[in-house]
Design a protein around this ligand. Structure first.
Ligand code: HEC
Ligand code: HEC
Length: 308
């Protein structure tokens, strides 16, 4: 009897391991049948600024946001991540990467060696970008200065340091679907929806997450504790921004100025450094889309904070 029970347990364990292995396997796009693409550098620069790549990948404590040698520390409840060198340096950066390597990294969170990236790299949003925009961005990155030097390893404890486990996380929280345009809305609204939900990755900070670190879908954009520690990331649905006009929002993304004349602080200053470089019509598009978000109640911020 005992033998039989252990056999059943063993078979169950093998089955679980099999399912684990299957679900956690890195999935990438096939490179062979990819259509050829003529890169548009100006568009690549727009995607770079919308994506805020410099916020994490520019070398900290130096003025040039185009030196993408990495090294910024990104704190999270799971540990501290260090953004790597994505400059065109052939040895320490991504100078030797192919188009397919880059698409797989940005849109699928998978490295050239076939390993999962940690979602501190916000590919859960970037997955919704268009492949042509990702390739334009890659072409643009290649025009930036090569920076030598690799950054230190991440400081993440067990079991979060096991990259294979991220496959299960992706299965739970990454839908892999492209954004579908909404024909009932204006082209400007659709452009805004695209920029906010793909490269802009606004929801990554402005939404509460569950215990496993996945965004709580019903409270997308409804505010959250700051994942980096102190403070609160405000609700950006109409629950809080009802009084802002679309013009206020576009101006905010350009200058960091709030409608009451104050300047924004915290992590959002890094975001504004990037959005301030975007063309005015893209800022207007993002503002139109944000103004259309219905009011949603988010988690309650701690007392004495004015954010809601
Ligand atoms: C919030 C911070 C953050 C932002 C914003 C960000 N990244 Fe990253 N990125 C990371 C982290 C952290 C890693 C390392 C992930 C890992 O090791 O699993 C990474 C890894 C990468 C890699 C893989 C590099 C390698 O050596 O394997 C590439 C390529 C990359 N990012 C490109 C981009 C691009 C392009 C953008 C802008 C569209 C961007 N990142 C925006 C944090 C960020
Ligand atoms: C790295 C995290 C992060 C990302 C990404 C981010 N934000 Fe923020 N945002 C914040 C924080 C933190 C604040 C509050 C700053 C403060 O305390 O002054 C903020 C404030 C704001 C505010 C002001 C709200 C208010 O009532 O004061 C708006 C509007 C806003 N963000 C919009 C956006 C948009 C649009 C995007 C995407 C382009 C975005 N944010 C991306 C962290 C982020």
């Amino acid at each position: 009897m005992l033998q039989r029970t252990s056999l059943v347990a063993l078979l169950a364990a093998v089955a679980v391991a099999g399912v684990y292995w299957w679900l956690s396997a890195p999935v990438v796009a096939a490179a062979a049948n990819a259509p050829a693409h003529v890169p548009d550098l100006a568009n690549g620069e727009v995607m770079f600024n919308a994506g805020g790549c410099a916020s994490c990948h520019a070398v900290p404590n130096q003025p040039d946001r185009l030196r993408l040698g990495g090294g910024v520390a990104i704190k999270s409840p799971f540990g501290t991540f260090y953004a790597p060198n994505i400059s065109p340096d052939p040895n320490d950066g991504i100078g030797k990467w192919t188009d397919a390597d880059f698409v797989n990294a940005v849109m699928h969170g998978v490295s050239p060696a076939g390993q999962h990236y940690f979602p501190a790299f916000p590919y859960t949003s970037y997955q919704h970008a268009r492949r042509e925009d990702v390739l334009d961005l890659f072409a643009y990155l290649k025009t930036l200065p090569a920076v030598a030097g690799k950054v230190r390893d991440h400081d993440v404890g067990f079991p979060f340091d096991i990259r294979r486990n991220i496959g299960i996380w992706k299965f739970l929280f990454m839908d892999g679907k492209p954004l579908v345009a909404d024909g009932s809305k204006s082209p400007q609204w659709n452009r805004g929806a695209y920029l906010v939900n793909s490269f802009g990755h606004c929801a990554e900070c402005h939404s509460p997450r569950n215990a496993l670190g996945g965004i709580i879908t019903g409270q997308r954009f409804a505010g959250a504790p700051n994942p980096e520690g102190e403070g609160w990331v405000p609700n950006i649905t109409q629950k809080r921004l009802g009084e802002w006009s679309a013009k206020d929002l576009a101006n905010f993304l350009k200058t960091g100025e709030l409608p009451d004349g104050d300047s924004v602080g915290g992590a959002m200053t890094r975001v504004i450094k990037n959005t301030s470089q975007l063309p005015d019509q893209d800022l207007a598009a993002m503002a139109e889309y944000l103004k259309s978000l219905p009011p949603v109640d988010g988690p309650t911020p701690p007392k004495r904070k004015q954010a809601s």
